[in-house]
Design a protein around this ligand. Sequence first.
Ligand code: DCP
Ligand code: MG
Length: 379
Amino acid sequence: QKPGLELAVVSVPSYACQRHTPLLHHNTTLTDALSILAENAELGENEGRGVAFRRAAALLKSLPQEVRGAEQLRGLPCLGEHSLRVIKEVLEDGVSHEVETTTHSEQFKAMKALTGIFGVGAKTADRWFREGIHTPSDLQRSGHTLNRAQRAGLQYYDELNLPVTKPEAVAIGQIVERAVHAVLPGAEITLIGGFRRGKQTGHDVDFLITHPDEGREEGLMRKVVSWLEAQGFLLYQKTTGNSYLESKEGPARPASNMDRFERYSHPLPQTLVVVGDHAQKVSWVLGHSQCSGPRSWRAVRVDLVVSPYSQFAFALLGWTGSKLFERELRRWAVHEKAMTLSSHALYDRKRVRTLSQTHTHFKYCSGSFLYYQIRDKLI
Ligand code: DCP
Ligand code: MG
């Protein structure tokens, strides 16, 4: 051990959800490096590798002081061989060769730029990259037929990639509140996602909507979207049904154990909405927007989630994030508590012995029956 390097921490819990992970922490150089590798793995659809880097970064965020030597990390959980190698390199040389190569690689730059287009996922971006399309301008010139989301994404590319600020999120919250109260007075709207965790900027704004009278929330999403559309707020919208509760076909893929218990999914109805103001009606609301120019509005991605009141607590927890926190919480619930947590409910697996893998049974289990069961115990 080098002089002056004390061991930072004696013991750190291994699940991220058991630790305090502050937004501002002491190891940004290291976590930035690991985040680039995580992002690269995710863009290459290597989820496992991405999670490993994210776990390592989360561990570093939770440390109470700056890491100055790799020996300080001895015995700490969540640091795989690969992550440790990168950390050591950054500590010793100031940069990691792999991170440098990644950030300068054409493929990484292209994948980032193309997936930055609203409506474009890693698969599509990869296909385009192989065709020689590296930038949104290349795509525009290529003459590819794009779907509506992608056309909107391309048209508002710069704005949609400009971080949304807290004042903008609050302003959009006022629009959403007006829309929701116009169609369902008494409904409650909560800011979720990164902003609920205290972030000052985000890539979108997320809201959870519910009503204290169970059942009143049914059909709400459609009405809210229609209202927003009629008022000229929407540039694009897509509503995703609730796969567990509404689909008669069952989930798109059979649920493996991994899917059900560890993989994070989006089980609730979700609307992807780009809010704008064609009719200039909201200039008063978006007046503080950082978007310059003659327009008084900017395009922003908004996610709306509607939940029945009985599932609100679980939806709130599940949609507050971060993604890694949610994943870890679910892993911890399964492995350490023999319980299953979703954005709908918490099941005690010891009591719900017959929890079946079939969709029908899952549907039943995610209803109010389990909520009441746990309410007796927990609330
Ligand atoms: N979520 C998740 N896993 C996903 C997508 C979403 O757990 N694959 C949950 C946790 C997120 C929340 O939904 O915090 C909102 O999703 P966002 O993608 O908007 O994530 P954030 O709001 O955390 O990030 P940002 O600030 O960039 O919007
Ligand atoms: Mg968000």
